[in-house]
Design a protein around this ligand. Sequence first.
Ligand code: NAP
Length: 513
Amino acid sequence: MGRSPVQSRPEAPRNKHGCVNSDLITTIETLMDKGFLVNMQLKTDLYINGQWVKGAGSLAVMNPSTGKLIAEISTADQAQCDDSVTAAHNAFSTWSKTPSRVRSELLRKAFEIMTAESDDIAKLISMENGKTITDAKGEVIYAAEFFRWFAEEAVRTPGDFRQAPSGDKRILVTHQPIGVSLLITPWNFPAAMATRKIGPALAAGCTVILKAASETPLTALWIIDILHRAGVPAGVVNFVMPEKTGAMISRMMHDPRVRNVSFTGSTEVGRILIKESADLVLRTSLELGGNAPFLVLDDADIDEAVKGAMIAKMRNGGAACTAANRFYVAKPVASEFTEKFTKAMEDLKMADGLESGAQLGASVSRKERDKIAELVDSAVAAGAWLNLGGVIPRGEGAFYPATVLTVKEDNPILQYEVFGPVAPIVTFESDEEAIALSNASEYGLIAYVYSSDLKRAIRTAEALEAGMVSINRGVISDPAAPFGGVKQSGLGREGGFSGIHEFLETKYIGVEI
Ligand code: NAP
């Protein structure tokens, strides 16, 4: 049976030797004094076979807005990573045969707990990731929805039964869970990227091991705790934070008991995982980087385009694989768009994500912030005109200001995923030119098109090399829609009707009749 949500004060966090960390207590008590985290008991251990387990080592989790420590979490040694595989493997035979209605109801329960705790989860996301509380709240709602959507999908896996065209047999097609699945998630959506994988995996009947990004494990641990409290049986869901990510994940991917890897993160790491998966021919789903073009055609409603651009660029402070990364604007409307968009960017309030009215939070770390600064500096060195921003503010927080550049179509910044609040604008003469410029990228996750002529917008959408196209909207991510990219943005789809199939094998049974 699941436990009820904990209402007590948080347990004093301990370091790797089990000693109470006094700085950390102070941090948490200060947060409690501010009225935050009142219902929270931070989980900081590994979760293996239904138990919270102390790790062999520890990892500090920092608040990028202040540079201060939030907590230390346990890290797993090789034996603990192996234990998580054993637990998932042992649980698979029962879980895969558990009636889908039962699996569905557990996911539904997780949705309900997550929704009830959404305010506290949002605060934790903001603290460990740096995003604004508004973005964090949006993420929690989006994340919880994957539990609800896949609770509904769990009981609707289709099959097929028909006569072979030759008439000699019946063709029976069914779907079965793949097996133990390794789930690896990034820091930019620490809740949603976890639920987008755990939801369909559990719905399909797979057991899982979650490895969250080292910058944002606390949100993932909270989600694991929700599943624990919802009553998910021991071994079905496991959480490890390997001491050495690359080597230990590689070893897990060479364990024949692991059959599937679902990864969201950079294209660079995705390529490594494709190579790692080759030896045992593992199933892989890869949601990788993006470099989204945002097209404003000459008949677009410019005020609407600016509104959409602000959402497409600035949701999550620009740290989204779906973030508009390159703005292609038709020449006749370029100066109006640039002026209005720059003004909207200038008006944003940059502050600690938890501060009321904050519209642009910190990057996840100073290292990530410095990568953004480097790309902007190189763009300027290559001839970009800086309309706004471009200078790192003073202070401990990993802040980078809203930045607008006017660039030529060959500026190197257009080839990179910037992952921050930076908007390079290029002008174009014809729709064909805009499409060609958009497609001149190794990425193909999402593209945005603004036009008041729907036929023209759809024609453009069809010509764009992207797994998703958003017409006259700044955001289209939806748990009920297939999310994924083409080219080097990934393989497979998450969400929608396709998501559960990333965790199912198709089996054909030929029947003599
Ligand atoms: P990342 O550096 O690729 O890391 C993602 C995850 O992979 C982390 O958990 C990381 O662990 C782990 N990892 C790193 N090296 C590994 C290796 N050799 N073997 C196995 N796992 C490894 O990405 P990120 O910086 O966290 O996230 C940003 C990227 O994610 C961007 O490119 C963004 O576009 C992409 N993203 C894509 C989508 C999508 O749906 N297409 C959604 C969100 C984000 P450690 O933290 O321990 O290094």
